[in-house]
Write a protein that binds this ligand. Structure first.
Ligand code: FAD
Length: 484
């Protein structure tokens, strides 16, 4: 659906809600046409200060940040758990550090701290993280490997949200926006408890696909420039046997030692490509062989990629892709059983409930971070975090192992008064997005957006009226790292 159609749909929805005349459930069916006209319905209203949509990588952090400012915060998530793509798509959390190892003489710096690090601390306490394990090979790409137990991540983040007093609305789908001019008055959600209007003063879209922004009538594009992916957690593997075999046959070009099954100094990241028939067959199913783990007999993310013909926001195109990728996953397990030593009895222990994508809708914000901003390590007078990783390294790296800034205006959704965006839904340039979309960057953006939303709600001001000085002060208090 293009933007105009989408907005028309939203306006119709908004008009219905504003009219507020319930028809008591009676149904009008347009017998002659191909449309069914929904009856107008009165929705119960719930009131909050801040609404965060999407309890994924960025959204969890945004909701924690807002709630920690003492405002009444709701987090709306369509699935039954928190964590999003960080628990479903990736390999390791890129990256809490600057690329110091690739640039001799450059100081090692942890450049993302704050709530993102709080989550890692909690994960470490329950044995669910490799730690920030230093890369000993492949460090031109990243200096560290931070791998997580995906299931513990879901539990830990939900517990943290609960402790912070966030109203956790899981199993709840955002289905519309109630507009008052260019201001969002409420979000419309559907769950088994019924359809509800969630009113708030400030909103944060962390839905990855920018659903709230699109419902609110914001501009967006859908580049479809990545493969979709469903990654497998592969269990019952002899990890040390696999790594030993790789070493005996030329070695792995990526290697990090960290905490695995409670023991320090164990391999937690390696490149599992065996070459030969395995790699030939793997290529046919878009299987990537970069592997991380925090358990002895488990490969955390074996990825099967597929480029969707058509649109990644079209249900039917995506349904075909879901089937295709499930077939590829079964084939991937076959390949592991056949070719990889110690994997004869491997099985799929986890898949993602839905396909993941590196970007769906891209929402137009007040500032669009450019590739030059990233690689030339640009800083801004309204920056809300810094970041130093580029997923296309070593081809593209942030200059001299440094950092660039994410400006506050890059999180403000253009044309909407009280909506911020955080996560993979910002940054239109593909190469710049190869940096900003990574998990740790999304988490940092989440802290900035959630904090700003809370301040706006508290002051009853629009996102563009918030004074940067105030925002920065609160971010610093929240542990956010700045270079100067
Ligand atoms: C296959 C793959 C591999 C990757 N590998 C890595 C890697 O190795 N390292 C790395 O750092 N990054 C990696 N990335 C990138 C990174 O994981 C993502 O860009 C990042 O996690 C996105 O975070 P997000 O908060 O924007 O979205 P998500 O974490 O996806 O969160 C969005 C949430 O919104 C919810 N939602 C969506 N629509 C609605 C709605 N209408 N109503 C209610 N809830 C809704 C979703 O269910 C989801 O929980 C990878 C991405 C993919 C897809």
């Amino acid at each position: 659906m293009n933007r105009r159609d989408f907005s028309k749909h939203v306006l119709m929805l908004g008009a219905g809600v504003h009219a507020g005349t319930a028809l008591g459930g009676s149904v009008t069916i347009n017998q002659s046409g191909s449309y069914y006209e929904e009856p107008v319905k009165k929705l119960p209203i719930r009131k909050f200060d801040v609404v965060v949509v999407g309890a994924g990588t960025g959204g969890v952090v945004a909701a924690l940040a807002a709630a920690r400012q003492g405002v009444k915060t709701i987090l709306i998530e369509r699935k039954g758990y928190t964590g999003g793509t960080v628990t479903e798509g990736g390999t390791a959390l890129h990256s809490f550090y600057n690329l110091w190892k690739a640039f001799p003489g450059v100081k090692k710096r942890q450049v993302v701290k704050g709530i993102a690090q709080d989550i890692i601390d909690r994960m470490m306490a329950v044995g669910g993280c490799s730690g920030h394990a230093e890369m000993v090979r492949g460090y031109n790409y990243d200096s560290v490997c931070t791998a997580i137990d995906t299931e513990l991540y879901k539990l830990v983040t939900m517990q943290m949200l609960d402790e912070a007093g966030v109203f956790i609305a899981v199993n709840t789908l955002l289905t519309g926006a109630i507009m008052d001019g260019s201001r969002i008055r409420g979000a419309i959600v559907d769950s088994r408890s019924g359809r509800e209007a969630i009113y708030a003063r400030a909103f944060v879209d962390c839905s990855a696909y920018g659903d709230l922004a699109a419902f609110a009538g914001a501009d967006y594009t859908v580049p479809n420039d990545y493969a979709c992916c469903n990654s497998i957690g592969l269990a019952n593997v002899d990890l040390d046997g696999y790594v030993a075999h790789l070493e005996a046959h030329g070695g792995s070009n990526q290697l990090a030692y960290g905490i695995r099954s409670g023991e320090h100094g164990k391999v937690v990241r390696f490149n599992g490509g065996l070459g030969g028939e395995f790699s030939k067959e793997a290529r046919k199913i878009g299987m990537s062989s970069m592997i991380t783990t925090v358990h002895d007999n488990y490969l955390m993310f074996v990825k099967c990629n597929f480029k969707v013909p058509g649109s990644v926001i079209n249900r039917d195109d995506m349904a075909k892709a879901e089937l295709e990728v499930r077939k590829r996953q079964a084939k991937a397990v076959e390949l592991f059983r056949k070719y990889v030593p110690g994997c004869k009895k491997a099985f799929m222990a986890r898949t993602s409930p839905t396909l993941n994508i590196r970007r769906g809708r891209l929402i137009t914000c007040d500032y669009d971070i450019s590739h030059e901003d990233v690689i030339e390590a640009k800083h801004f007078d309204d920056e809300v975090m810094v970041y130093g990783f580029h997923d296309s390294a070593p081809r593209y790296q942030v200059m001299n192992g440094g950092t660039y800034g994410i400006p506050y205006r890059a999180l403000r959704v253009a044309g909407i008064e009280n909506l911020l965006a955080a996560g993979m839904l910002i940054t239109s340039d593909h190469r710049a997005h190869m940096s900003t979309r990574n998990t740790v960057c999304c988490m940092g953006q989440g802290q900035a957006a959630g904090t700003a939303a809370a301040l706006c709600a508290g002051r009853n001001c629009a996102t563009r009226e918030l004074r940067y000085g105030q925002l920065r002060e609160v971010l610093v208090k929240g542990g956010v790292y700045f270079e100067s």
